[in-house]
Design a protein around this ligand. Structure first.
Ligand SMILES: *Cc1c(COP(=O)(O)O)cnc(C)c1O
Length: 489
């Protein structure tokens, strides 16, 4: 690309992005298109161009098409799943990272970029109250971060040469892993991918607040020891994906110490809330974990993708991942070679976008922003609780669950009807592009769920929300109610 074209396209693009980001609130959260329409609009099935096209035109056209037809998780009224908008400084970071294009597999291929990742790991550890001399690395997201912790645990726990013989060995005992039912689905993927099979998961019961029941955990461990299983790891959640509950991490830590079991914390959602003020004291228990997964692309607002895993003892990552191929001449005393600490070989410069944001706002900035999200969630819960048409259920960290209930059946709420009604409202809301929620299912009840991991959300957005939902609720209830009558006849 001629240098002048690059400059011109780049300047124009930055101007467009700046306008886009400042005008998000004037757009819909998401366009209303079906997958078929999307395929047609984009021309998914067109063949590869025979001859290339003018880059100025391609970039301009694709900007228009994408900016008109994207879901904006950075929109102030996006509260679905646990998906955050990108910090503008991270957007710039990704641009610079791509331009420099260092390979963070080895120190000598990326000297200062590697130092930046090492420092980011230390800063993240500081935020979590985790030992700063820990090991760790950036990965693609929470799943991968949990996988790396899981593999470190698997290696550390096996008393045979598992990396050589695999799970089958004369002295091998079958592994058992412990987690509550609210644990994110990565645990199923991990047990499957890494050869244990999902039967290795012991589902620990939960108490009335949906926290992992440590009494039951003990019973399960005792039983497995009697039956000659090898307890590999206990997974505690620092903010469950569905309702944001923090498990009793300190108690789990002490049980793990007692039995010599690896303690892993999944803090992909709530880990960074450790810097906030009004949060469960158990977040402090993160400091006692052998490994922790967090997700900078959630509450640190890094553009996708950025996950991070920390391990108490750096050597456990080397033990789990290092090999010495003849074609690599990376010396350990040369600095950190991340290829030795995780599953990836070539690695991109994820650290830049994470580091820039940490540097821009500091610990104090994150504390304020996360506090604000939690306060907004409280405010939302309060408004919904006061509103005639809502029944509120849970609120933990920045996740609120609730459902729409027509006022005339509030005293006699029928779950089967309300489940259908709320599901229909949710679909309608999503298509409207006005606000974006997702759902939770608690005790068989289909609930709406709002998760605020969003630095653009303001009180006005929260204040507008109940009436937007209630408007669709009344409309849909009216059209669905005749079916309900039939059901009860
Ligand atoms: C988001 C999340 C994950 C998965 O993280 P990804 O970044 O989507 O891979 C795992 N566990 C919890 C608790 C999460 O919130």
């Amino acid at each position: 690309m001629p240098a002048n074209d690059f400059r011109e396209i780049g300047h124009k693009l930055i101007d467009n992005i700046a306008d886009l980001l400042t005008g998000l609130d004037e757009r819909k959260v998401t366009p209303y298109i079906t997958s078929g329409q999307g395929r047609e609009l984009f021309g998914t099935e067109k063949p590869i161009p025979i001859e290339g096209e003018d880059p100025k035109k391609i970039v301009a056209d694709i900007y228009d098409l994408l900016s008109e037809n994207s879901l904006y998780n950075g929109h102030p009224r996006f509260w679905g799943y646990i998906t955050a908008g990108a910090a503008p400084i991270g957007v710039l970071g990704d641009l610079l990272a791509a331009a420099l294009n260092p390979n963070l597999g080895a120190w000598k291929l990326s000297p200062l970029a590697t130092e930046m990742e090492v420092q980011s790991i230390r800063w993240i550890a500081e935020m979590l109250g985790y030992p700063i001399d820990c090991g760790g690395l950036l990965v693609s997201g929470g799943n991968m971060a949990n996988f790396v912790g899981f593999l470190a645990a698997r290696k550390a726990c096996a008393d045979w040469e598992i990396r050589k013989t695999g799970l089958r060995s004369d002295s091998a005992r079958p592994f058992a892993v412990y987690a509550s039912a609210e644990t994110h689905t990565w645990i199923e993927k991990a047990t499957d991918l890494f050869g244990l099979g999902t039967n290795a998961i012991r589902q620990v019961k939960m108490d009335s607040e949906q926290r992992l029941d440590t009494g039951h955990l003990r019973e399960l461990i005792e039983k497995d020891l009697q039956d000659k299983y090898l307890p590999m790891t206990v997974v505690g959640s620092a903010g469950t994906v569905s309702t944001g509950v923090v498990d009793p991490l300190r108690e789990i830590a002490s049980i793990c110490r007692e039995y010599g079991i690896w303690f892993h914390v999944d803090g992909a959602y709530g880990g960074f809330a450790a810097v906030a003020d009004d949060v469960p004291a158990d977040l402090k228990g993160i400091s006692e974990a052998d490994s922790v997964a967090v997700d900078p692309h959630k509450w640190l607002y890094a553009p996708l993708e950025a996950g991070c895993v920390l391990v108490r003892d750096q050597q456990t990552l080397r033990d789990a991942f290092m090999f010495h191929p003849v074609y690599y001449h990376f010396k350990m005393d040369e600095g950190t070679n991340f290829v030795d600490l995780g599953p990836q070989n070539s690695r991109g410069f994820r650290a830049l976008k994470v580091w820039l944001a940490l540097k821009q706002v500091g610990r104090g900035g994150y504390r304020r922003m996360i506090n604000e999200d939690i306060q907004l969630s409280r405010y939302m819960f309060e408004l919904l609780g006061k509103h005639d048409n809502f029944e509120v259920f849970t609120r933990n960290l920045s996740i609120a669950t609730f459902r729409y209930v027509p006022s005339d059946i509030k005293d006699d709420p029928r779950d089967d009807y309300l489940n259908k009604l709320n599901e229909a409202i949710l679909v309608k809301l999503e298509n409207s592009g006005e606000i974006y929620l997702s759902n939770a299912v608690i005790d068989g009840r289909f609930l709406m769920r709002a998760c605020i991991v969003n630095f653009r959300t303001r009180a006005v957005d929260v204040e507008a929300m109940p009436e937007i939902i209630a408007r669709y609720g009344r409309e849909i209830d009216k059209s669905m109610r005749p079916d309900m009558k039939e059901l009860s006849d």
